[in-house]
Design a binder for this molecule. Structure first.
Ligand code: PHE
Length: 370
C-alpha cells in the first residue's frame, strides 16, 4: 500500500517536473515501461491470494490510468509550448536583404506568357483598353449561346470542348474554349450598360486561360488567348483594322510589318476576318517580317447584332469589333520559342533561358500612332 502511494507521488511529481517531451517520455518508461515501477507492482499480483489480488489489482490499474492521464495532459501542454518555441525560433525576417551569394542563383524570371501579357497591357492600355477577366469554368450559355452559337449549331464542333458535370441547378458547364464569353459578361454588366447609355465607349482586353481537347507541338489542352472588345455607336471595320495593325507593329517591333486580313467565319462576328502576319522560313527557322509566307495569329470581326442583342444591348444603337488572339502563339513568334509544350514543362533551364527580368518593363509603345 505504501509502495503504491510512494510510486504515485513520485510519478506524478516527475510528470509535472518534466521540462520537455524527451524527459516526459523517460518518466513514462520509468513508471509504465517493461521495467517500470507500476509494471513492477503488476508483477507482484500473481503472488497474492485471490481476494487481495482483486483489490490490489484494481488499485494498481487505477494508478496506471491516473499516471497515463497525467502524461497525456503534460504532453499536450509541452507540445503546445514546444510549437510556440519552434515558431519563435524559426521566425523568418522577410524584410532582411538577400545574402550577396544568393543573388547569383536565387533570381527568378518572368515566364514569357506573363511578359507578353504585360506587353499587351502596355500597348492596348495606351490605346485606351482596360483589362477584364472572367472565369475559366464557364457555363454553356456564356461560352456558346450568348455568342450566337445555339445548342445544335454546327460551330460547336469547331472547338473540341471539355464538358464538365452540370451545376446543381442543372446548368451545363464547360472549361471555356475561348475568352469570348467575357465579351458577353462585359456587355451584360450593368455599369458598362449605363456607361454606354451615357455615351461612353467600351474598350477591354481579356487575357486568360482557355481549354480545348488538343495536343501536339503547336497545341496544348490549356493555352492562352487575349480577347479584345470595343462597343460604342460608331466604331467600324476601319477602326478594327487600324487598331490591330498598330498593335502588330508595336508588338513585333518591326517596321513595314506585312499584315493581311482574310475573310473568315465566326458565329459571333459579321463580317469576320483572320489576320495573318508575314514570315519566311530560313534554314528551317521561322522569321517574322516581310517574306513569302503567312501565319495566322488572330480571328476578328464586327460583333454580330444577335450577340449584342443576347447581351441586353440594342443592336440598332450599338456596334463594335472584337478579336481573339493566341498569346502563346505570338509569344513563340516574337521570342523564337519552337515548341509550345515547353511553355508548360516548368523546366528551370528553359525558364532561365526564355524568362524575363522582373525589373524589365516593356518599352514597346514606340510603334503606336504612326
Ligand atoms: N473566339 C475565337 C476563337 O477562339 C476568336 C475570335 C474572337 C474571333 C473574337 C472573332 C472575334 O477562335
Amino acid at each position: 500500500m505504501d509502495d503504491l502511494s510512494t510510486i504515485r507521488s513520485e510519478a506524478l511529481g516527475a510528470v509535472a517536473a518534466a521540462a520537455d517531451l524527451g524527459a516526459l517520455d523517460a518518466v513514462r518508461v520509468a513508471a509504465l515501461g517493461k521495467k517500470g515501477s507500476v509494471t513492477g507492482l503488476m508483477k507482484t499480483l500473481g503472488g497474492l491470494a485471490p481476494d487481495a489480488r482483486r483489490e490490489f489489482g484494481a488499485r494498481v490499474n487505477q494508478l496506471k490510468s491516473e499516471i497515463e492521464a497525467a502524461l497525456e495532459a503534460r504532453k499536450a501542454s509541452l507540445g503546445a509550448s514546444a510549437l510556440a518555441d519552434r515558431l519563435a525560433a524559426e521566425k523568418v525576417d522577410v524584410s532582411l536583404p538577400t545574402r550577396p551569394d544568393f543573388a547569383n542563383w536565387g533570381q527568378g524570371t518572368l515566364h514569357p506568357i506573363g511578359q507578353v501579357m504585360d506587353e499587351l497591357a502596355a500597348i492596348f492600355g495606351e490605346m485606351g483598353f482596360a483589362w477584364a477577366e472572367g472565369p475559366d469554368i464557364e457555363d454553356d450559355w456564356h461560352n456558346f449561346t450568348a455568342l450566337n452559337i445555339p445548342p445544335d449549331h454546327p460551330a460547336r464542333q469547331m472547338q473540341d470542348t471539355f464538358y464538365l458535370p452540370p451545376r446543381a441547378d442543372g446548368t451545363p458547364m464547360v472549361l471555356r474554349t475561348h475568352t469570348s464569353p467575357v465579351q458577353a459578361r462585359t456587355m451584360l454588366d450593368k455599369a458598362v450598360q449605363k456607361m454606354l447609355a451615357d455615351g461612353g465607349s467600351l474598350r477591354v482586353i481579356v487575357p486568360g486561360r482557355t481549354f480545348r481537347l488538343d495536343s501536339d507541338a503547336t497545341h496544348t489542352p490549356m493555352f492562352h488567348q487575349v480577347e479584345g472588345l470595343v462597343i460604342d455607336r460608331t466604331t467600324h471595320m476601319g477602326h478594327l483594322k487600324g487598331c490591330l495593325v498598330d498593335f502588330c507593329r508595336a508588338f513585333f517591333e518591326v517596321d513595314e510589318f506585312p499584315i493581311r486580313f482574310r475573310p473568315s467565319y465566326f458565329p459571333f462576328t459579321e463580317p469576320s476576318a483572320e489576320l495573318d502576319i508575314g514570315c519566311s522560313w530560313k534554314d528551317g527557322e521561322l522569321r517574322i517580317g516581310a517574306g513569302d509566307s503567312w501565319l495566322e495569329i488572330l480571328g476578328c470581326g464586327m460583333v454580330h447584332p444577335r450577340a449584342i442583342a443576347n447581351c441586353g444591348l440594342d443592336p440598332a444603337v450599338y456596334q463594335g469589333f472584337a478579336f481573339g488572339m493566341g498569346i502563346d502563339r505570338i509569344a513563340m513568334l516574337k521570342y523564337g520559342i519552337p515548341d509550345l509544350r515547353s511553355f508548360f514543362d516548368s523546366d528551370l533551364r528553359w525558364l532561365r533561358h526564355y524568362g524575363f527580368s522582373a525589373l524589365e518593363w516593356p518599352s514597346l509603345t514606340q510603334g503606336l500612332g504612326r
